[in-house]
Design a protein around this ligand. Structure first.
Ligand code: CIR
Length: 261
């Protein structure tokens, strides 16, 4: 077995020319350099490859400005891929091609109306799956996910979020059982069992990091939080995602990583 097979497959999608027409909820619209976004995305994919992923890059999806943010379209565990029903109506057309890509690797199930669910709201830590209750993910979507994952031994817990787009804007896992959190945006009580690092108070957007095995992809621009990670013994791979951040994207949202069992 190669290292690549150990780390897993990362499904990504190239930046499309319509990125600037993206959905925005909590950040103000600012001019996006789409060509630079494309280069940053390529560097992000290279970082995933360097951490041992086999990177699959899907073609841009015309008419879907947010399609680069593939994370929101699926929740994948080793036993199953759940295709979401994104909370933003403009994003519902993104799922068909993701379904096709994931069906090569997993059994597939679907979230159905009236449920809505964005993958950005789903944080899995071992067999515990936390789902943000947000403008994008509703009670029906969370219940459906619970019923789909329960037979495979996962629990699903709803978590209140505030003032941010997704649960993973506020909390991500940066090493086994170690969370990076912005306590202003999420109720931390459900995470009491885990060790935690807080983002620096001056860097509220720093909580979204992508763990790949023992590696960690972390966004450029949050030096104080980065120093906190390093002080804990972590060695983040830092990527510049400035243009994707203007589209309210971050490190986890640009990939669906299929971890082996
Ligand atoms: C949206 O509002 O849906 C996109 N502009 C950003 C999605 C980012 N997704 C994520 O962090 N999981």
């Amino acid at each position: 077995m190669t290292d690549h097979a150990i780390r897993g497959i990362a499904i990504t999608r190239a930046v499309g020319t319509e990125l600037a027409a993206c959905e925005l909820s909590f950040v103000d619209r600012a001019p996006i350099d789409v060509a630079l976004a494309g280069r940053q995305h390529e560097a992000y994919c290279a970082a995933l490859a360097a951490l041992g992923c086999d990177v699959v890059e899907l073609a841009p999806l015309p008419g879907h400005p947010d399609a680069v943010f593939v994370e929101d379209t699926a929740v994948v565990v080793p036993e199953l891929a759940v295709i979401t029903r994104p909370g933003a109506i403009s994003r519902r057309g993104e799922t068909a091609s993701i379904r096709q890509a994931l069906a090569l690797h997993r059994a597939v199930a679907d979230i159905e109306a009236p449920g809505t669910l964005d993958g950005g709201d789903v944080l899995r830590v071992g067999r515990r799956v936390f789902v943000g209750v947000s403008a994008r993910s509703n009670a029906s979507g969370i219940d459906q996910l619970r019923h789909l994952l329960a037979p495979h031994g996962y629990t699903v817990e709803a978590v209140a979020t505030r003032e941010c787009l997704h649960l993973k804007s506020a909390v991500t896992e940066v090493a086994d059982g170690l969370l990076l959190v912005n306590a202003d945006w999420v109720d931390l009580a459900p995470f009491a069992a885990f060790a935690r690092i807080a983002v620096d108070p001056s860097e509220p957007h720093a909580a979204n990091a992508l763990k790949i095995g023992d590696g960690l992809v972390f966004p450029q621009g949050f030096p104080r939080t980065q120093a906190r990670l390093v002080a804990e013994g972590l060695a983040p791979t830092v990527v510049d995602l400035s243009e994707l951040q203007k589209a309210e994207g971050a490190t986890t949202c640009c990939s669906i990583v299929l971890h082996p069992a």
